[in-house]
Design a protein. Structure first.
Length: 140
């Protein structure tokens, strides 16, 4: 995420906390975090948002639109009817859509980690090749 995207994400995350009329600490507890450190660090910009945090938020508060939270597209709430907590099949389908979005983000995060590992391997291999043949192989 660019700095601008992170700043916008922090604003949207804070909007979610404010919408629930909770402190950051109370919100963190509501989403299943024992301490508000992760949430506070994300809101303050000391850490980048993790997929697990997003999952915890939309699992506890399914009225929040995950696409909006991550990208800013659409509305904060999936539907106005969520405000009354009258859940219909349509709302559940939207929640499932959020869950599918989360799964895709999780897969992407895993792929990024794999690519980082592979990139590190290539850097090491490149460095080894630049050094030339090892002494053990020179005499053979």
């Amino acid at each position: 995420m660019s700095d601008l995207q992170v700043d916008k994400f922090k604003e949207r995350l804070k909007e979610c906390v404010d919408y629930q009329h909770l402190s950051v600490n109370a919100f963190a507890i509501e989403i299943g975090h024992k301490a508000s450190v992760t949430l506070s660090n994300t809101i303050s910009g000391r850490s980048i948002p993790r997929v697990s945090l997003l999952n915890d938020i939309v699992s506890r508060f399914p009225e929040f639109n995950l696409d909006w939270l991550v990208t800013g597209r659409g509305q904060m709430l999936l539907r106005k009817e969520f405000q009354s907590q009258n859940r219909s099949d349509d709302k559940l389908n939207e929640v499932k859509s959020n869950q599918n979005f989360f799964k895709a983000l999780e897969r992407a995060e895993s792929e990024i980690e794999t690519l980082k590992d592979y990139n590190q391997h290539l850097k090491e291999e490149n460095l080894r090749l630049k050094r030339g043949p090892s002494r053990a192989s020179v005499g053979t």
